[in-house]
Design a protein around this ligand. Structure first.
Ligand code: ADP
Ligand code: MG
Length: 461
């Protein structure tokens, strides 16, 4: 039989891993996986550069999983990421990829949760640690985290790691791991600092793979609107004209974020905002609601632009242009993922014209500027989400799996499969998206019934 080169089979993964990939619907390797995995699986130090959304996580996760010794309960891989959200997300992706066996423990170590929980979890053993540098440094100092069995060190979103932390901090963390290890570095962009990072932490013969056309997001339509009067009017007209199924609206400050979200709400559009004022738990719930379609509009600062795998965003709207072309690329990377056509709409005012030019140079395309008057006037439209989110007061610690909640909703509460959306299981609670007109019913029935033989509190999230 002739095997397609893009088939995961061609790189020599175990049968269990291959079966699970098939189960996850990963039928072909993405370019970074195809070019990178042969190096990664042969233990070479590795530098990978590819667009966001190109499957870098699976590239390094498969490398880690392939050489994990499940009988050894000490951390064998450390993945450093720049933000708490990313830590969660990367943890989830690795857990999905690790599902071929039930005993691989992946632990998130990042700020925003209580340290004593980390200490307790670490005592129980963990194979893979995904975390942010601050909390990891702390636990290394107290001796709660021991990295002497680490075989793989991954620096994910390395460009951003250097922005939120320092080279010295990363080197300090790496000094707790054995010298003889595999080090991998991933980044969508390669500013200068990355060179010193890689030269101080990696072997000289590290393999480097760059997937080209990193800037050219060919499947996304990018339009730029010059604003002469009020940005708010232009924004409302854009929403009325394009009516995106969902939109991520970027603002440069928290204050503007709050203002824009309030503007949308006062125009009967559900909007949530996301920025650094929010506690970790709130941020998680906001992202869950946006992703499971119970919130159509998310107004955010660049906290949401990097790395986060928010999928299927109908449109990215830059209410403010970012100050840096790289940030622009990161922001619009949230739409048009996985080959779907995306839409990126940017507002700019006269004095932002220089930045617009820089973006054009960076993208190596002419930015298509439009007149707002080419669009129809804003007719008030009510853009409501199709789903609502409910919470359930039980989660992973109660051994609840998505199937248990789906079962309770369909079998016990009588909902149809397509009336239930995304289900998120967290440590101590869970969330499920339900079509709007079945929410009350679902809450009532789940509250009266049991999941996994136990009673839980259920309500609107
Ligand atoms: P990156 O880190 O490069 O920004 P991610 O690792 O977050 O990208 O991957 C983006 C999305 O693509 C994720 O939802 C992931 O599950 C999915 N994905 C990764 N590899 C494949 C594959 N080979 N086939 C299908 N989907 C994939
Ligand atoms: Mg990534």
């Amino acid at each position: 039989m002739i095997e397609k080169t893009k088939d995961f089979k061609s790189v020599g993964l175990s049968k269990e891993i291959l079966d699970n990939l098939k189960f996850l619907g990963y039928l072909e390797m993405t370019p970074i996986q195809e070019k990178g995995l042969p190096f990664i699986l042969s233990n070479r130090d590795f530098i990978g550069q590819a667009n966001t959304g190109s499957g870098k996580t699976a590239a390094f996760a498969l490398g880690i999983l392939n050489k994990l010794d499940v009988t050894n309960q000490n951390p064998q891989a450390l993945v450093l990421v720049p933000t708490r959200e990313l830590a969660k997300q990367v943890t989830n992706e690795i857990r999905r990829l690790a599902r071929f066996t039930s005993n691989i423990k992946v632990l998130t170590i990042s700020g925003g949760s209580e340290e004593r929980h980390d200490v307790k979890s670490l005592k129980q053993g963990a194979h893979i640690i995904v975390g942010t540098s601050g909390r990891i440094t702390k636990l290394l100092q107290t001796g709660a985290l021991i990295l002497s069995a680490v075989k793989v060190l991954v620096l994910d979103e390395a460009d951003r790691l250097l922005e939120v932390g320092s080279l010295a901090e990363i080197k300090h963390i790496a000094s707790f791991t054995p010298k003889k290890r595999q080090t991998m570095l991933f980044s969508a962009t390669f500013p200068n600092g990355i060179k010193s990072l890689s030269s101080s932490l990696m072997e000289e013969d590290a393999a480097q793979v760059t997937i080209d056309s990193q800037h050219r997001n060919t499947t996304t339509k990018q339009l730029f609107f010059k604003v002469e009067g009020e940005k708010n009017d232009v924004l409302l007209r854009l929403l009325g004209h394009y009516r995106p199924e969902s939109a991520l609206i970027f603002c440069n400050t928290r204050e503007i974020c709050n203002k824009v979200a309030a503007l949308l709400r006062s125009n009967k559009m559900d909007a949530l905002q996301l920025h650094s004022d929010f506690e970790q738990q709130e941020r998680t719930l906001i992202l869950i609601k946006f992703e499971n379609k119970s919130c159509r509009f998310l107004v955010a600062t660049d906290l949401a632009s990097r790395g986060l795998d928010v999928k299927d965003v109908g449109a990215v709207i830059n209410y403010d242009l970012p100050n840096d072309p790289e940030l622009y690329v990161h922001r619009i990377g949230r739409t048009g993922r996985a080959g779907q056509e995306g839409l990126a709409l940017s507002l700019y005012i006269n004095k932002e014209f220089e930045i617009l030019k820089l973006i054009g140079e960076y993208l190596t395309v002419d930015c298509l500027t439009m007149e707002i008057n080419q669009l129809e006037k804003f007719k008030p439209v009510i853009l409501r989400p199709s789903m609502s989110t409910i919470y359930i007061s039980g989660g992973r610690k109660d051994n609840i799996r998505p199937g248990d909640i789906l079962g309770a909703l369909t079998k016990d509460a009588g909902l149809k499969g397509d009336e239930v959306g995304k289900i998120n299981i967290l440590e101590v609670n869970s969330y499920a998206a339900i079509v709007n007109d079945k929410v009350e019913h679902a809450i009532e029935r789940l509250s009266a019934g049991k999941i996994k033989g136990k009673k839980f509190k259920v309500g609107k999230a």
